[in-house]
Design a protein around this ligand. Structure first.
Ligand code: PEP
Ligand code: MN
Length: 448
């Protein structure tokens, strides 16, 4: 295979490319990014990699979640805390259910760039470029704001840095202390059944901790804090290249190219062409990486993709994020599992029950039904079990805010209620209640 470098992707055909008019501005922004320090370290990246190895072998579960499109505006204390607390609560429930360690990866601190089905859209009779994410252009419906602005790439770095800084500071200051999970609050969770179930789980955890303290084994066992890793779609390759550094592995003498914009990057369903720029970039980085796969992926193509992205066949290096839709998963997942098993690759299998289940209401509002999301997850678990494989995790679009974007769940949100707090700038997310309820139901599948 041809030589790889952080810029070799520029020699390949690219999908979802951004055309900058201000070429000098782009050059200046990328030069600035190249000088800035890594956002994450090789030790953290390799810790995640070994955790994901465990997931691939069936010994741990991965919970990945966050906004579809993160905005610079979401970089504030309340929204970061709400999201982190929700992921912590969900992971506690999943640990209790699956009886396995849970690795938490947030779609945060960099999940800005969005692939779009059309490069332009018409708003109030005016055609303008589509919103591509806060790191590319502005959302406001104005053709000038919608022009790609290269200074946004630098802004993306600083918003990621500020988000990550607060995330790290909160965790090291006890936000995730298992001794006080009730302090994580249940904010908007008003459904009595969820509150009661969660309180029961918390009591069970508290009992276990009390016992550990009594017999003196709670020291240095990591009950005071938790790891939360960061992730985003590696869509803007100019940005990723600028933050990719040749660095030494923390414990071996080997050097590798690390994408230091986040711990975990994934390739979206629209940019995973075998001969394309994104696959070229991803095949050279040392991070654990994700690949979205859906109904349009042929089983033999999937295996070739794994051969390209992970030629050394590192266990758990690649996470296959499947997103078929509740009505299609049974047609496609078994074939994908069989092909991968026959190839000898051992990836993490993660189910994204969101992206294959998007639909529009009769009045044109994009939504997802809780029952479809749950059904795709349940089928994924059963199909993997039947094939002698493991469902290693789930990938969700969620928010700690009390939004009304997905239909269903115990609180009974209907299509008529979607208008109340529909605030996403891209795909519909589960709100806090729906996300926690989903965690309980998935935990229940493991306890069946
Ligand atoms: C996403 O995760 O927001 C996304 C765009 O997903 P996919 O690439 O699977 O469509
Ligand atoms: Mn999305």
């Amino acid at each position: 295979m041809a030589e790889w470098s952080p810029s070799s992707w520029t020699q390949k055909p690219i999908k979802q490319d951004v055309i900058y008019e201000d070429l000098q501005g782009l050059k200046d922004s990328l030069q600035k990014l190249q000088k800035l320090p890594p956002l994450v370290t090789t030790r953290e990246i390799n810790n995640l990699k070994s955790s994901l190895r465990n997931v691939a072998l069936g010994n741990a579960f991965v919970l990945q979640g966050g906004d579809c499109a993160e905005l610079f505006d979401y970089c504030n204390q309340d929204m970061i805390e709400a999201k982190v607390k929700l992921l912590l609560q969900m992971s506690l429930v999943l640990i209790w259910g699956a009886n396995k360690p849970v690795i938490r990866i947030a779609r945060i601190a960099g999940q800005f760039a969005k692939p779009r089905s059309s490069p332009t859209e018409v708003i109030n009779g005016v055609e303008m470029p589509s919103f591509r994410g806060d790191n590319i252009n502005g959302f406001a419906a104005d053709p000038t704001t919608r022009q790609p602005d290269p200074t946004r790439l630098v802004s993306a770095y600083f918003h990621s840095a500020a988000t990550l800084n607060y995330l790290r500071a909160s965790l090291s200051s006890g936000l995730a202390d298992l001794h006080s999970p009730l302090d994580w609050g249940l904010g908007h969770v008003i459904t009595p059944s969820i509150k009661e179930q969660y309180s029961k789980t918390v009591s069970a955890v508290k009992d276990a901790l009390r016992f550990m303290r009594t017999v003196g084994i709670d020291k240095d066992r990591g009950v005071e804090t938790a790891d939360i890793f960061t992730s985003h779609e590696g869509l803007s390759l100019e940005y990723e290249q600028s933050l990719t550094r040749q660095l030494r592995h923390p414990s071996t003498a080997e050097t590798g190219y690390y994408a230091t914009s986040g711990h975990f990057l994934w390739i979206g369903d629209r940019t995973r062409q075998l001969d394309g720029a994104h696959v070229e970039f991803f095949r050279g980085i040392a991070n654990p990486v994700g690949i979205k796969i859906g109904p349009s992926m042929a089983p033999d193509e999937l295996v070739r993709l794994l051969d390209v992205v992970n030629p050394d066949r590192e266990v758990g290096k690649v996470t296959l994020i499947s997103r078929y839709g509740a009505g299609k998963i049974a047609d496609f997942l078994p074939g994908h599992i069989a092909a991968v098993q026959a190839s000898g690759h051992i990836p993490v299998w993660q189910c994204d029950p969101m992206h294959g289940n998007t639909q529009s209401t009769p009045s044109g509002v994009k939504t997802r039904h809780f029952t479809d999301i749950l059904s795709e997850l349940k089928q994924a678990l059963e199909i993997h079990r039947a094939a002698g494989s493991f469902l290693g995790g789930m990938h969700l679009e969620l928010t700690g805010e009390a939004v009304t974007e997905c239909v269903g769940g115990a609180a009974g949100l209907t299509e008529d209620g979607l208008g109340e707090r529909y605030t996403t700038f891209c795909d519909p997310r589960l709100n806090e209640k729906q996300a926690l309820e989903l965690a309980f139901l998935v935990a229940g599948f493991y306890r069946e």
